[in-house]
Write a protein that binds this ligand. Structure first.
Ligand code: 13P
Ligand code: SF4
Length: 301
């Protein structure tokens, strides 16, 4: 085993720490991680663990969510630069403005949002449970933020619910254009196209399956097809290829990489554990209100 992994494991034991890693992380992070998965799975693990320290190899909003769910634990983000472009697209002032234009309509926020924004929404969701969450509200109209594409995809799956979206988006997923899918299909005519719902709707329309990162990975694992074109971040392709070497996974185009997710290295994780940095804190009132919308999501899904 690599020396750095041994050192990380020693610190984990000494400090009763766990490492949660999103499946967009650099793949070597998995060697140190206790749990690897999508944002819903990781928030469940954060709520469940009895560790004293959680090191979150993911982006800022994920570490914030872990802290809100486990306020007594120390939650560390190895690199503070690891933000999320989409989460930063809406602040509380913009949210209030959006809500005031549509009074009385429940607001659903994608977990890719700040704690302050979650605190002013009725319920949270992730890409794997968005349809279930909107259905649980039993209403014919919802406000959805920040991702307009995830919101519109959910609307297409919900019979007769109007999903009114804030114009946020993920720059990484929007790099994928419908012509990239056609080009990849022409090169690999037997392949199935699996897409994340943050993609443009024209991309989703041309996909064979749409789902969260874990749902894409499960689909590929269970399918008896051999070749898959993956329309989401490169980390998913790297893990699928490692886990199913008998199948072929093609990243739809070269540069589908979330720079923020890729900040953390094994050395950063070691330093995070050794120096107990960088600690994520969420203010009391905000944390309490945000917890309500996160808990409501976990109860429904
Ligand atoms: P998942 O909910 O699939 O983990 O996606 C999180 C994310 O940030 C995708 O860009
Ligand atoms: Fe945010 Fe997009 Fe990166 Fe996901 S891929 S963390 S939505 S910037």
């Amino acid at each position: 085993m690599k020396q750095i992994i041994q050192n990380i494991n020693r610190l984990k034991r000494e400090k009763n720490a766990v490492i949660l890693a999103h499946c967009y992380q650099n793949i070597e992070i998995d060697e140190a991680a206790d749990f690897v998965g999508d944002s819903l799975y990781l928030s469940r693990m954060a709520a469940k663990t009895d560790a004293d320290i959680i090191v979150f190899a993911g982006v800022f909003f994920m570490a914030q969510t872990a802290k809100i769910l486990s306020p007594k634990k120390k939650v560390l983000l190895p690199r503070l630069e690891a933000g999320c472009f989409m989460a930063d697209m809406i602040n509380v002032r913009q949210l209030r403005e959006f809500k005031s234009k549509h009074p009385g309509i429940p607001a659903v926020c994608y977990v890719n949002s700040t704690a302050e924004v979650k605190a002013e929404c009725d319920i949270c969701c992730t890409s794997s449970n968005v349809v279930k969450i909107v259905k649980s509200l039993n209403t014919d109209k919802v406000l959805f933020l920040p991702d307009t594409y995830l919101g519109k995809w959910a609307e297409s799956q919900l019979n007769g619910v109007e999903v009114m979206t804030f114009p946020g988006f993920c720059p990484t997923h929007l790099k994928i254009r419908p012509e990239d899918i056609s080009r990849a299909r022409a090169k690999h005519p037997d392949a199935l196209v699996l897409a994340h719902p943050e993609c443009h709707m024209e991309v989703i329309k041309s996909a064979d399956f749409t789902g969260s990162t874990s749902q894409i990975m499960d689909f590929a694992a269970k399918s008896n097809k051999k070749t898959f074109i993956i329309a989401t971040e490169k980390g998913v392709v790297d893990r699928l290829q490692r886990d199913y070497p008998q199948k072929e996974f093609i990243l739809v185009k070269d540069d589908i990489v979330c720079q923020h997710m890729k900040w953390h290295t094994l050395s950063d994780i070691y330093n995070a554990l050794e120096l107990e940095q960088y600690e994520i804190e969420v203010g009391g009132e905000i944390a309490g209100k945000a917890l309500k919308s996160i808990k409501r999501m976990l109860e429904v899904s």
